[in-house]
Ligand binder design. Structure first.
Ligand SMILES: C[S@@+](CC[C@H](N)C(=O)[O-])C[C@H]1O[C@@H](n2cnc3c(N)ncnc32)[C@H](O)[C@@H]1O
Length: 142
């Protein structure tokens, strides 16, 4: 809603139907034009979001994706990225939880997001370790 209010054309995706319905209600009540779609961010071909997009915003969705689906997530975004696109991702560090998979590291993003550059890592302000990662696609095709 914030982005749409600031002039962006926004498509939002979540796996959980209830979350999608709530988001649609919220956007309608606020009179904000956002397309909210129910689907799997690791299977964007099935969701109907062809792109290209200038900005991807991920608020800890990636951390909820099992490791074996994370390359598919990266590929889906990469295919839909406009030249110079940015990915802004919030995620939990490895020390945040007892389980070893609900986290993300800079090294993992560098390895999985081929063709992107990790340009910034800013620690979050949460009580557990969190980070804001910024990645960029090349402005022109290599
Ligand atoms: C921390 S919540 C963020 C919720 C909301 N997007 C926001 O920005 O406030 C993470 C969301 O990621 C969603 N999610 C987890 N795995 C997903 C997947 N494979 N595809 C789409 N959404 C997923 C969860 O359902 C959850 O709503």
């Amino acid at each position: 809603m914030y982005l749409a209010r600031h002039g962006w054309r926004v498509a939002a995706v979540d796996l959980v139907d209830r979350a999608v319905r709530q988001a649609r209600k919220k956007a309608d009540a606020a009179g904000v034009d956002v397309t909210v779609l129910c689907g799997d961010a690791t299977r964007l071909d099935e969701v109907g979001v062809p792109g290209p997009y200038d900005l991807f915003f991920d608020l800890s969705c990636y951390c909820g994706i099992p490791p074996h689906r994370r390359d598919a997530y990266a590929a889906g975004l990469t295919t839909r990225a406009a030249p110079g696109a940015q990915l802004l991702m919030f995620g939990y560090g490895p020390e945040a939880f007892d389980d070893p998979i609900s986290c993300v590291t800079a090294d993992e993003l560098r390895a999985r997001f081929a063709g992107w550059q990790l340009t910034d890592v800013t620690p979050g302000t949460n009580p557990v370790p969190t980070f804001w990662f910024t990645l960029h696609r090349a402005a022109v095709a290599a």
